[in-house]
Ligand binder design. Structure first.
Ligand code: FO1
Ligand code: CA
Length: 311
């Protein structure tokens, strides 16, 4: 059977790495593009690139984004002539942005471009953008108005208080034929919602018309891995945003947030005591992924859990 993973950036990509190692070409990863933006005239797709780099062992593990063995000559040269420096584009990373932008201007679909890059990187699994249409995440802040996602996340370092998260363009976006086929395949064995930020990384995916319906209709079990451990987000601003939105940073909230879309939730062993309070079938595992072995073991655990939920 085949498996689909829904994924945002860093945390999600780590589990996608484990799943990819176990499943190879039987895995399709559908990736958030709500973080995409135009910068310096280039089309940047941070979550797609994080997945491409992570699954091909090119990721910069220290930074959590971008490539390993990176150099920054372009940024230094840009600063010298007064260019914008708040968003760092490494010399090697730049190649993807330039080539993606060139091909998009030539009329190629983002899906085809990403599939080609993945093949060039010898990634056996399929990586698909959630849509070829632009969906742009923006954050309504209390004091600074509406900020495009990267301005909020990188330039303002998630400091502004969040009142609402919006997905511009979502209403009229279409999922690609490839996304639709992957989610409605008769061969589908499980859908895994990776431990990415539900509000910033997974919700944009679910906002694309049709995707949540396909999840709800899937005969295969849909299983999420919680990004919360001990009341804290493993990485990034999940817990901060939840508290600003007035939602407690607990696994129960994550379970309620995904609601009927998921059939099971995997939580961290540190939160085992919460299992009884969850309105969904749940199981525990060690969800913190420090090493490649951790990623593969968690992938095994989540697939085994999904197996127990299959009809
Ligand atoms: N994150 C930062 O915190 N600072 C950066 O300068 C930065 C540059 C960057 C360039 C390419 C890329 O693919 C990602 C980059 N990120 C950077 C990460 C990215 O903005 C976020 O981690 C994701 O959008 C959140 O999922
Ligand atoms: Ca279902």
């Amino acid at each position: 059977g085949t498996v689909v993973a829904l994924c945002g950036g860093v945390g999600g990509a780590k589990l996608a790495f484990g799943l990819s190692h176990l499943l190879g070409e039987r895995l399709t990863v559908i990736v958030n593009t709500g973080d995409d933006f135009e910068h310096l005239g280039l089309h940047i797709s941070p979550d797609i690139d994080t997945v491409l780099y992570t699954l091909s062992d090119r990721a910069n593990r220290e930074l959590g984004w971008g490539r390993k063995d990176e150099s920054w000559n372009f940024m230094k040269a840009l600063a010298e002539i007064g260019g914008e420096g708040w968003f760092q584009l490494g010399d090697r990373d730049l190649a993807l942005h330039v080539e993606r932008t060139r091909r998009m201007r030539a009329g190629d679909r983002l899906t085809d471009i990403v599939v080609d890059f993945a093949r060039r990187f010898a990634i056996p699994s399929r990586i698909l953008p959630m849509s070829d249409d632009a969906v742009r995440t923006s954050v309504v802040t209390r004091d600074e108005g509406v900020l495009p996602f990267q301005r909020y996340f990188v330039e303002r370092r998630c400091q502004p208080v969040v009142e609402e998260v919006q997905f511009q363009g979502a209403d009229s976006a279409r999922m690609s034929a490839e996304v639709e086929a992957a989610l409605s395949s008769a061969d589908l064995r499980a859908v895994i919602v990776c431990p990415s930020n539900p509000y910033l990384s997974i919700d944009p995916l679910l906002s694309v018309p049709g995707i949540s319906q396909l999840l709800a209709d899937a005969s295969a079990p849909v299983v999420a891995v919680s990004p919360i451990i001990g009341g804290q987000a493993v990485k990034g601003p999940t817990a901060k945003i939840m508290s600003e939105l007035g939602i407690p940073a607990t696994n129960a909230t994550i379970a309620d947030h995904y609601g009927d879309l998921i059939d099971g939730l995997m939580i961290d062993e540190a939160d085992a005591a919460e299992i009884g309070q969850l309105a969904v079938r749940a199981t525990i595992s060690a969800t913190l992924m420090r090493t490649d072995d951790d990623r593969c073991r968690l992938a095994e655990d989540v697939l085994a859990f999904a197996e127990t939920l299959a009809e």
